[in-house]
Design a protein around this ligand. Structure first.
Ligand SMILES: [Zn+2]
Length: 278
């Protein structure tokens, strides 16, 4: 079973403009591999036989909560087509400054959505402030998975909002939280991730872009972090599925460990019991 724990999509009418705007900030190092639409995502998933993908929207303003939740429910309930309902696992996004954040987290969990995406650069929050710890305690109590961007963001000047030390602090405060630290615990802060997170009871997703595939530190995290705490991810459309799988395989792990990372662990975390083959 192949499960991608971290992809992004954009509404059809905005995708081209949104991706161009993002790509202008990240070029020339990083360019998207696809158009960022739901249909583009499903087409590539079919081609590469990806069973499931966790779709991670980002509310850049508190007011976007409702629209994002409705879109997640539309995907889940078949309004975006049978393939989307069968293969996509939509998360919601609640802005940390949302005055109704606890009510909205509760509404998300009660509607059956399994997690929320957080991106401190786009939501201007510092990961381990007292306010954020309250936010995470609420997620933990509700059983919501938190999928969080960690480390630098290539589209912004560096700001230590969500580096590995802060992730480690959150996990010390709320050890039962299902926290997925994206980009192996800290995009381009992998030395910090090795110091702070390696070997700990925390999920790391494997979304690392092609220029860093051969770097020693991400490979070390892949090889030495507990194998049941690694989740395959691409950050599609920033990396294709074949590339993401190639990166995981480049660690040279035993086949059963590879299988756990590529899908088994995410299935356990998300309560998925069977593949959704194409
Ligand atoms: Zn992402």
């Amino acid at each position: 079973m192949l499960i991608d724990a971290h992809v992004h999509t954009f509404p059809d009418d905005l995708a081209a403009r949104a991706l161009k705007k993002l790509a202008d900030k990240t070029a020339p190092q990083i360019t998207p591999v696809a158009d960022g639409t739901v249909s583009g995502l499903l087409e590539e998933m079919r081609r590469e036989q990806v069973d499931y993908a966790v779709v991670c929207p980002i509310a850049t303003k508190p007011s976007q909560f409702e629209g994002i939740l409705q879109e997640a429910l539309a995907i889940r309930d078949g309004m975006r087509g049978a393939d989307a309902a069968r293969h996509l696992i939509p998360f919601a996004s609640i802005h940390p400054d949302d005055e109704a954040r606890f009510a909205h987290l509760t509404q998300t969990a009660e509607s059956g959505i399994r997690g929320v995406k957080l991106h401190p650069y786009y939501q201007t929050c510092v990961l381990d402030t007292p306010n954020m710890l309250e936010y995470f305690r609420c997620c933990c109590d509700l059983g919501l998975v938190v999928q969080c961007h960690c480390g630098f963001d290539i589209g912004f000047p560096f700001d230590p909002l969500c580096g590995p030390e802060r992730v480690a602090h959150v996990m010390r405060e709320i050890p039962n939280l299902h926290f997925v630290a994206a980009h192996l615990g800290g995009w381009r802060q992998w030395g910090g991730a090795i110091e702070q997170l390696l070997g700990k009871d925390i999920y790391l997703d494997t979304a690392v872009l092609e220029p860093h595939f051969g770097d020693a530190e991400p490979l070390r995290l892949l090889r030495e972090h507990p194998a049941d705490k690694l989740l395959f991810a691409t950050d599609w459309p920033w990396l294709g599925f074949a590339g993401g799988v190639r990166f995981v395989r480049s660690a040279g792990l035993p086949p059963e460990t590879e299988r756990a990372i590529l899908g088994g662990n995410a299935a356990t975390l998300l309560g998925i019991t069977s593949p959704a083959s194409w």
